[in-house]
Design a protein around this ligand. Structure first.
Ligand code: EPZ
Length: 443
């Protein structure tokens, strides 16, 4: 088990390239199960969750190899096993992404029901309702979801994907994959509009799928008999980019980010601008999905209001990181979490560093303080751990963030990348870890 020991008060300066998106890559990897042809993926980040997914795909008969150019080559060689086992799914709930592709291509899928995680309950009822609408029979056996397509295969239908907290990103990915090979037309109403769904649709279209409306609340899919191989470059990670913007801003830094998907970050950039953080594209004409942007912040941060929403609203995956930044704003900020109302495990840890926060249900008021003080803190989930690192970068003295295995799920060599910008972060053996730590990933 590792911890980060962070020496605070150092300004971040320099240039960094944003990695490929974890949340785009996971369903895209699962979509490799839809074809027997070769799939080549570029810019897949080297993360714990990605390695878990690759291990699952190998168990499902879809091994991978590393290409000389750094890309990943995958190809299904065996259709005999369609069982995503509990001990794989419980460590990474995004394993649910194999459900739709397995059902579409093999007619059967057995996937362990993902449990909850640190950021809240993580139901999959919308996934299952959507697949049932396409004709699948769904049952639960020993904690596993067992889905079977009818004899003639899945059939197109109108599927409503809206839930009490908006749509579902991985649920939309599952239905989208299943619909590509369903007979007839499928309308996915109240589809997730996240850029990662658009990236998946780009890849599926290149494989021969017929998809319209990806990125809008209504996606229309016309089923085809089979899908071909593809070469696809995964979109940049907007959450890594937003995390680094907060890290630059809290240190009054001056950081240039390359390969930044600024076009998918308008809500986040808007909130940062209101807080006094400038995010400027280096040139207006370049590809706004892979832009170069310069991030600077003044010494004083203004308090703001944030409410997390489905895309194009402010992303829940940047809520904790923005909270860390706002602990030093000149006044009271208000953050309301509408996607995962309990996604606040970072609040108590930041309070140990002198942050002043007052939670009322899904809303937290952050009363800005003049400074944070370093302290030992405990990471609980992926984005909470990132927020504690951000707070540690600005805090006076030393901060130890324990259980950074959470961080390694979604950030590649994070301490090396921060140190390249002038931070002083050391990865050490965990100092306070209790012998048994919870399994389960929120991602
Ligand atoms: C994806 O999770 C992301 N993970 C999450 O990022 C992200 O927080 C989330 O979307 C929301 O944007 C990946 O893409 C791998 P949802 P997903 O289904 O698809 C409720 C990170 O930090 N819901 O869109 O699992 C659910 O409880 C991770 O990188 C149902 O009610 O999330 C939540 O309140 C964390 N029924 C809301 O919808 C369902 O069947 C959104 O969940 C499914 C979801």
């Amino acid at each position: 088990m590792h911890a980060f020991v962070i020496e605070g008060g150092r300004r971040l300066e320099g240039r960094l390239r944003i990695n490929g998106s974890k949340n785009a890559a996971l369903p895209i990897l699962a979509a490799s199960l839809l074809t027997d042809q070769p799939v080549t993926l570029r810019d897949v980040p080297d993360l714990a969750d990605i390695r878990n997914m690759l291990g699952l795909l190998a168990e499902l008969g879809c091994p991978h190899s590393k290409r000389d150019d750094g890309g990943l080559a995958l190809r299904v060689t065996n259709h005999s096993s369609s069982h995503a086992r509990y001990d794989v799914v419980r460590t990474m709930r995004a394993s649910i992404s194999v459900l739709g592709p397995l059902l579409a291509r093999r007619g059967v899928a057995r996937v362990s029901m993902p449990g909850g995680c640190a950021i809240g309950d993580r139901p999959v009822d919308l996934h299952l309702r959507g697949l049932a609408a396409l004709g699948a029979s769904i049952s639960l056996d020993q904690g596993d979801i067992v889905a079977r397509a009818p004899a003639g295969g899945l059939r197109g239908a109108t599927v409503f994907m809206g839930g009490p907290f908006g749509s579902t990103v991985l649920g939309t990915a599952n239905i989208l994959c299943a619909a590509t090979m369903a007979r007839g037309e499928t309308i996915i109403e109240s589809a997730a509009c996240e850029p990662e769904v658009v990236d998946l649709a780009r890849m599926l279209t290149a494989m021969g799928a017929r998809i319209e409306g990806a990125g809008s609340p209504r996606i229309v899919v016309r089923g085809v008999d089979q899908l071909g191989g593809v070469e696809h470059t995964v979109m940049p990670d907007r959450i890594e980019a937003g995390t680094l913007m907060c890290a630059a801003a809290i240190t009054n830094g001056d950081v240039t980010l390359e390969n930044c998907p600024i076009d998918t970050m308008i809500a986040a950039v808007d909130r940062l601008a209101c807080a006094g953080v400038s995010v400027r594209p280096a040139s207006p004409t370049e590809d706004r999905l892979r832009a170069t942007v310069r991030v600077t912040a003044g010494r004083y941060l203004a308090p703001i209001e944030i409410t997390t929403q489905p895309h194009p609203g402010f992303p829940t995956d940047l809520q904790a990181q923005m909270m860390a930044l706002l602990t030093l704003a000149e006044g009271n900020s208000v953050v309301t979490e509408k996607i995962f109302p309990d996604r606040f495990l970072h609040v108590a840890e930041m309070a140990r560093m002198g942050a002043r926060m007052f939670r009322q249900g899904p809303t937290v008021v952050i009363s800005g303080v003049r400074k944070l003080r370093g302290a030992p803190v405990m990471a609980s989930d992926l984005r909470a751990s990132a927020s504690l690192v951000i707070a540690g970068l600005a805090a006076e003295g030393t901060t130890t963030v324990n259980r950074v295995y959470h961080l390694d799920r979604g950030y590649e060599r994070f301490e090396e990348r921060l140190n390249a910008l002038g931070a002083r972060v050391e990865r050490v053996g965990d100092r306070t870890l209790a012998p048994n730590q919870p399994a389960g990933s929120e991602a």
